[in-house]
Design a protein around this ligand. Sequence first.
Ligand code: NAD
Ligand code: DAU
Length: 350
Amino acid sequence: MKKILITGGAGFIGSHVVRRFINEYPDYSIVNLDKLTYAGNLLNLKDIEDRANYKFVKGDIVDAAFVDQLFSEEQFDAVIHLAAESHVDRSISSPMDFVMTNVVGTVNLLNAAKKHWANKFSDTLFYHVSTDEVYGSLGEQGMFTEQTAYDPHSPYSASKASSDHFVRAYQDTYGLNTVISNCSNNYGSYHFPEKLIPLAINNIKNNNPIPVYGKGENIRDWLWVEDHARAIDVIFHKSEPGKTYNIGGHNEWKNIDLIRLLCKIMDKKLDRPSGTSEKLITFVTDRAGHDLRYAIDSTKLQNELGWTPSLQFEEGLEKTVEWYLNNEDWLNNVTSGNYQSYYQDQYSER
Ligand code: NAD
Ligand code: DAU
């Protein structure tokens, strides 16, 4: 039996990865370590929480002694590391939280793996889940490949870039078996409504303004979250140690075009006259240092490991809208309490 530590499993992508591994690999034992920050929510895993091969541990990866103790107790064979502070806007107002969790937390995990896996590196794997934002911003042409030089601009992407460098350093210096993947923007169920798509769905539903930064001309490359979880599964099982893979959907959208499509879908699903939701679009002050364009070239992953995205964006977005409309309790739960003050601070001055 393989025992796998998944960090950040109560978050958006982590919960899809945990669910996939629990369902696809009943002979693996999965330990989900999560601090349950504002972004972590055990409701995201309600459907699998009673499975015999699943265990939840509440804890902070910044606490080195705790991480070391957990590795002693559990004897993991592998780590899939997703725990992070993940929102760019929050990194602009609180960069140190990102240094602590994304850099120090990652190095704590690497140290524990190095210590507890000494003499058996070849039977273990440290899989680090990263982002395309480490590559910086593209102009109108080109795509990020695995060879693109790192050029992060936000405190979030700088912290993720730093964690990627530490993972490679532990591979090269100590011989730890590591793999890194860098993925583009995800969308789908359980996405916290601070991020563009779920925030816009929630605002349209409540007839509130949809805040679009700048002129809405920034471009993101969107991938359905379950396709990301499947890519992580494929890379985890098939990659050679020391490798990096880009993951993306070849699916670039200008923010304003995406929001207009979303408005059309919402009008249809909410049975509102066509054009109702578009009236909510409000252009607000741009994000500081806002990267213009991301686009991922995932040819290496497709050619070497045979992964391709499964879902067209229009279909995925419609499924996502349906999920949010059918899961009002979840949405109400995560937008109560601290969310209101976050929203106030973030948007009242724009
Ligand atoms: P998220 O914010 O939804 O979830 C992060 C999870 O980590 C939460 O459950 C949170 O409680 C947990 N966490 C935070 N700090 C912790 C700490 N100190 N100790 C333990 N747990 C902690 O993030 P997400 O969008 O699911 O992203 C997951 C990973 O994927 C991140 O590493 C992110 O950089 C990366 N990524 C995200 C995207 C995207 O589009 N969302 C794309 C590419 C890569
Ligand atoms: O590219 C991968 C990254 O995608 C991940 O590493 C990050 O964790 C994830 O948060 C995401 O980062 P972005 O900054 O691209 O996602 P966000 O949803 O915050 O913003 C998407 C685009 O929409 C971006 O150009 C900013 C814009 N935006 C965002 C918000 C929250 C708006 O116009 N209005 C908004 O209110």
